[in-house]
Design a protein around this ligand. Structure first.
Ligand SMILES: C[S@@+](CC[C@H](N)C(=O)[O-])C[C@H]1O[C@@H](n2cnc3c(N)ncnc32)[C@H](O)[C@@H]1O
Length: 207
């Protein structure tokens, strides 16, 4: 997995572009800047955007090449990021220390994805916000029609509203929707796709 992402990121081009994801951008702007965790931040387009908006950004990703590109983008935009390289399994952050967690196309295997969400829940302060966009299970039909939209993966790595309801049961659902959208992100996300969009506020700790 790590090798695959390093291979994708090692070229000069930013595979999802340098601009932030539109849903993440729209929603982040609604909150007063504080601390934000950006899991699976890749080449840093979203983390760098958050830093430009005045957020104190902590990013992480498997890919060291991703970090190199993220630092390049941060320098270009005149901001800094704390960016750790590693598998989310091994990384540790302080409990209840982030105001926001931004999850953008953070897809993991079926057996890992709920564990990952629960771990992120621990890092978020009570009252903290999750901003989430990722491909839905319906997306496979879109990918078959147009592989340029990206998101080629097993159905169990894709999301449903029901899974989000379960993983984030202790959240007020500010918004939760499966949507068909037009993607135009770099060269790897081009065309119509199906995503789950979720914004939630943590109201309590999980049992
Ligand atoms: C589809 S890319 C999205 C990158 C970024 N969020 C964006 O929207 O531009 C998925 C990212 O997840 C990272 N990733 C996959 N498995 C991971 C893991 N177990 N721990 C940390 N990062 C992981 C990959 O390295 C890759 O950068």
């Amino acid at each position: 997995m790590k090798e695959l992402w390093n291979e994708r990121y090692k070229n000069q081009e930013f595979v999802y572009g340098k601009d932030p994801n539109l849903f993440f951008k729209e929603w982040l702007k609604k909150f007063k800047p504080g601390s934000i965790l950006m899991p699976a931040d890749g080449e840093g387009r979203n983390g760098v955007f958050a830093a430009r908006m005045g957020w104190k950004v902590t990013s992480f990703d498997l890919s060291v090449e991703g970090r190199t590109k993220a630092f390049q983008l941060a320098k270009e935009k005149g901001v800094t990021l704390d960016y750790r390289v590693g598998d989310f399994d091994q990384l540790q952050f302080e409990r209840e220390s982030f105001d926001v967690v931004g999850l953008v196309f953070a897809h993991f295997s079926a057996e890992k994805k709920s564990i990952f969400h629960k771990k992120l829940n621990d890092y978020l302060k009570p009252g903290g916000i999750i901003i989430f966009e990722a491909f839905s299970k319906k997306h496979l039909n879109y990918y078959k029609l147009n592989p340029k939209v990206g998101g080629r993966m097993g159905k169990d790595m894709l999301f449903s509203e029901a899974e989000i309801m379960t993983d984030f049961e202790n959240y007020e659902k500010i918004r939760l929707q499966e949507e068909e959208i037009q993607l135009n992100e770099g060269k790897n996300h081009i065309g119509r796709g199906s995503v789950i969009r979720f914004v939630g506020r943590k109201v309590a700790n999980q049992n």
